[in-house]
Design a protein around this ligand. Structure first.
Ligand code: BGC
Length: 502
């Protein structure tokens, strides 16, 4: 009792000083049909980079320059899931998940991105889906997780407006071949990363540099391509296949650093530039967020850009885009603190356009990735932010996870991360009325972490990269997640949940 009282004093003192401490866990269960999943993506796990007629994708080509990846590695073998997919299915089965979120490699099924179909590539996904079904696991399939066929990049990639046609053709193939077995489709994973890191800062493939121009142009084409793939599903496949299609956005939480109005506005502005950029056209009023419109238009004019660097949707495009998602896919990882910082007007950059400065509270636990701090309160705040701005949509948390560099099986920090983040999802559902219908842990297993190669490990299974068998071994976090799924929530008697302080 004394301890409990002391704890509450700490919470109150902490809140007053702007310090973040754990809140007591909510012991309750998730709704009965809640989707429990683990996630991966094609390029990060499949390997088989040139197997059976697969075409090259932009990551295959980009990483031939080893200096762009921290450890100089490639995804040529990765977890070799192209051959070892049954090991993945076995791992998933041992977790007890209801769904597996994976992505299709566009260049594996259409080596040139459009045109000729590569049947062995199609057959691979049929085998994977059949193995999942045999294990009683439903596929949740992403069409695009960053691995554009190089042949399309050679024609301008996401900067070429024709990509909406190319993406629709690819989507049609996938719905036709796999749609009888796939009831949840995700068109595009994290268009923000594609636009800003692929074509803006250039730290991801294809490594194009246009931080204040290409960023918005590719972002615009990503939204239109998504909408075309959604409308195709809606009109031609949904009536018979009866599934859902949506998009996944990465939104991390921006907290105001202090109580100043300018900091609160800066935090909201940062949320709009990150999440609203894609969410407002699709889930909101059909255009870019007002604050983004204003900032980029003003800066463009001052910098001599006419028209604005931020494109405008035509009335017809608005109709296509608005409402083009059956659920809101959210990838949430971390949070930061925000103040206003007016940037030098000569800087032409999506980052500078926001006039903010973000930082981390040094008290927050870190991870194996510089950008990833443990801020579970941000999960709940982000979910409420989506609820309030986009008319309380169904949400699937399509990614949430934690990295370390050691890759140890006794990964207690990851247990802590999942426990508190998932508990905040539960609070959002039970206390705040947010309609979260599913959750996917990133990632099923350690894999190719893009520009960080194999140095940052997100798996709840480890992969033995030292041997050709690449065996998967469950970590403590995988055991914890499996127990949580069995309980469909939080029980006091789960050893990892039961701290004396609570
Ligand atoms: C991406 C994953 C990536 C993860 C961790 C997400 O943004 O969708 O592909 O591995 O973050 O960085």
């Amino acid at each position: 009792m004394a301890m409990k009282f002391a704890y509450w004093l700490l919470v109150i003192a902490g809140a007053a000083a702007g310090v973040y401490v754990d809140e007591p866990l909510l012991y309750d269960t998730f709704p009965p049909d809640f989707i429990w999943a683990a996630a991966t993506s094609a390029h990060q796990i499949e390997g088989g980079w040139d197997a059976d007629g697969k075409g090259l994708n932009i990551w295959d080509v980009y990483t031939t320059n080893s200096s762009v990846v921290l450890d100089g590695s490639t995804g040529q073998t990765a977890c070799n899931s192209y051959y070892f997919y049954q090991k993945d299915v076995n791992a998933l089965q041992s977790l007890g998940v209801s769904h597996y979120r994976f992505s299709i490699s566009w260049a594996r099924v259409l080596p040139n991105g459009i045109g000729e179909v590569n049947q062995p590539g199609v057959d691979y996904y049929k085998r994977l889906i059949a193995a999942l079904k045999a294990a009683n696991i439903e596929p949740m399939v992403t069409l695009y997780h960053w691995d554009l066929p190089q042949a399309l990049e050679d024609m301008g990639g996401w900067l070429n407006p024709s990509i909406a046609d190319w993406f629709e053709e690819y989507a049609r193939l996938c719905y036709t071949e796999f749609g009888n077995d796939v009831k949840i489709w995700i068109t595009i994973n994290e268009p923000w990363v594609v636009a800003y890191q692929g074509y803006g800062s250039g730290i991801n493939a294809p490594g194009k540099y246009g931080p204040g121009t290409y960023t918005y142009q590719s972002g615009h084409n990503l939204i239109l391509a998504h909408a075309r793939a959604y409308r195709l599903y809606e009109s031609e496949f949904k009536p018979t296949q009866q599934g859902k299609a949506g998009i996944t956005l990465n939104i991390n939480w921006y907290d105001p650093k202090d109580n100043q109005t300018s900091s609160q506005e800066a935090a909201e502005r940062a949320m709009q530039f990150l999440g609203g950029w894609f969410a407002n056209p699709i889930f909101g009023d059909g255009g870019y967020p007002a604050v983004m419109r204003q900032k980029v238009d003003e800066k463009s004019a001052a910098q001599g850009y006419n028209p604005s660097r931020l494109p405008v949707f035509t009335a017809e495009e608005k109709l296509l885009v608005q409402g083009s998602s059956d659920f809101f896919g959210l990838n949430y990882y971390t949070g930061s603190l925000t103040i206003e910082k007016i940037q030098d007007i000569s800087i032409v950059d999506y980052g500078a356009d926001q006039d903010i400065e973000a930082s981390y509270d040094p008290a927050w636990y870190g991870s194996g990735s510089g950008w990833l701090k443990i801020t579970p309160f941000g999960m709940r705040n982000t979910l409420k932010w989506i609820r309030d701005r986009f008319n309380n949509p169904d949400i699937i948390v399509t990614e949430n996870g934690f990295s370390d560099n050691a890759g140890n099986l006794d990964d207690l920090m990851r247990v802590y991360y999942y426990k508190h983040n998932i508990n905040n999802v539960l609070k959002a559902i039970k206390t705040d009325g947010v309609k979260v219908i599913g959750y996917a842990a990133w990632s099923l297993m350690d894999n190719y972490e893009w520009g960080s190669g194999y140095t940052q490990k997100f798996g709840i299974f480890s992969v033995d990269f030292a041997t050709a068998d690449l065996n998967r071994t469950v970590k403590a976090s995988g055991r914890y997640y499996a127990q949580l799924i069995r309980d469909n929530g939080f029980t006091v008697d789960q050893p990892c949940n039961n701290y004396p302080i609570y």
